[in-house]
Write a protein that binds this ligand. Structure first.
Ligand code: ADP
Length: 418
């Protein structure tokens, strides 16, 4: 080492040590960078301690914001999955970027498989394709689907963000059904009112044309005009009764109703209504009372009795009964009348549904009686059971659950009367 200044040697040694120190840290950093994890950041010394410390903090922050982002995304996806509406996100080219399970159900998509597919390739109905092209989405599109049963969808497109589009689909089958029922109901009421009004107007015009009513004209027209006016009155009364029943959910009163006594009164009404044309029987085998609204039940039971009388030819039989059946109690009206073919039975409680329109009208029917009965029974947790055979007669039974019954002994006098 002679000739080389000692200071230079020392400097070279220091530099070599320094180089070694840095090379070792760089090697550690390179190894760590192959699988960077904040928990395995290598230990460092000197300058490297600060560098590794900063790396550790940076990576922790990044991991934290990543997991926050993932959690937020999961939250959004869960919210999207829980949505009762179908949601599909389309990119600028109309290709699916994401969709929720309800959209799969509504539009027949499979989110896992169909991402990246063009929506018009999967939802091919021409109205949908037209709607998509229209680029004016202020009004939703009504789409009828027949996959897995008939249903109606309302589809609305909402452009947003970077030329993306949100497709929102909603099942409006029930809404449509209610709307159809409302339209049918208005059409039915108008139709029912038109005939008597036409008859009344006809007579009034005849009287006006004749320059007033003479005795003969009045004698002929007044009974017919009265009959038509009564028909309208019955219709309006039944409509009001239905609307009252529909607008409140529970029976207005919870009083004890002495049904054996009510049955007796209705039996006398039936005798008056039949006016000797039928054999009317009363069969009360329990003294049980019901809890509910007496006027409502009187009107429901009265409707069943009036139907039995109206749809039973002369010399037929009508029997009113009040009896226990297991834990239930049953008010039934049996007749030996014209009976009802099986296919009509499920529809009888629909408003204005009649098997024979002209027979119903001739006997003063409005077509609303059984709809009222059904409502009243529903409000009393009861149900209507109909058994009938064409040409042989029918039995309409109002069945009430034990919660509606107050058990009472049947007085011997109630047993049977005819
Ligand atoms: P309506 O005023 O026409 O009698 P309802 O709602 O009371 O209306 O009854 C609906 C239809 O059910 C009637 O038009 C009739 O066709 C049928 N119906 C009801 N009760 C009887 C019965 N006891 N026997 C035969 N048919 C009946």
């Amino acid at each position: 080492m002679s000739g080389v200044p000692e200071a230079l040697v020392a400097a070279v040694v220091v530099l070599a040590a320094l180089l070694l120190h840095h090379l070792r840290h760089i090697a550690r950093l390179t190894r760590w960078l192959r699988d960077p994890d904040p928990d395995t950041v290598p230990p460092g010394r000197g300058l490297w301690d600060g560098i590794f410390g900063n790396l550790y903090r940076m990576l922790r922050r990044q991991r934290q914001s990543e997991s926050l982002l993932t959690a937020t995304l999961e939250d959004f996806q869960q919210a999207g999955a829980a949505m009762p509406d179908g949601l599909v996100i389309l990119n600028a080219a109309g290709r699916i970027e994401w969709c929720n399970p309800m959209a799969e159900q509504h539009l027949g998509l499979d989110c896992a498989r169909d991402v990246g597919q063009s929506i018009t390739y999967l939802v091919r109905q021409p109205q949908f394709v037209d709607y998509l092209r229209r680029e004016n989405y202020s009004e939703p599109l009504t789409l009828r689907q027949s996959r897995g049963g008939e249903y109606v969808l309302s589809v609305q497109l909402v452009p947003y963000g970077n030329q993306q589009t949100l497709v929102i689909s909603r099942d409006i089958t029930d809404l449509e059904r209610v709307e159809t029922m409302r339209r049918d109901f208005i059409a039915n009421v108008s139709h029912e009112l038109r005939t008597p009004l036409t008859v009344l107007c006809g007579f009034l015009e005849t009287i006006a044309d004749a320059g007033g009513a003479d005795g003969e004209l009045l004698r002929r027209s007044l009974p017919l005009m009265t009959e038509q006016a009564r028909r309208m009155q019955r219709l309006v009364e039944d409509l009001l009764a239905l609307s009252r029943l529909e607008s409140s959910h529970n029976p207005p009163r919870e009083e004890e109703i002495d049904v054996p006594q009510l049955a007796r009164e209705l039996y006398h009404d039936a005798l008056a209504l039949s006016a000797g044309r039928h054999r009317v029987l009363l069969d009360v085998t329990t003294g049980d009372s019901l809890i509910g609204a007496e006027e409502e039940l009187r009107s429901a039971f009265g409707n069943l009795i009036s139907n039995a009388v109206r749809y039973t030819p002369e010399r037929g039989e009508v029997e009113i009964a009040w009896r226990r059946d297991g834990g239930d109690v049953v008010f039934s009206v049996r007749d030996s009348g014209i009976g009802i073919a099986a296919q009509h039975i499920p529809r009888l409680t629909e408003r204005f549904y009649r098997v024979d329109r002209s027979r119903s009208r001739e006997t003063g029917g409005t077509g609303l009686g059984l709809a009222i009965v059904k409502h009243v029974l529903n409000r009393h947790q009861g149900r209507l059971e109909i058994a009938s055979e064409l040409g042989r007669g029918s039995t309409f039974s109002a069945v009430f659950p034990p919660e509606r019954v107050i058990a009472r002994e049947a007085p011997a006098a109630l047993a049977r009367s005819a």
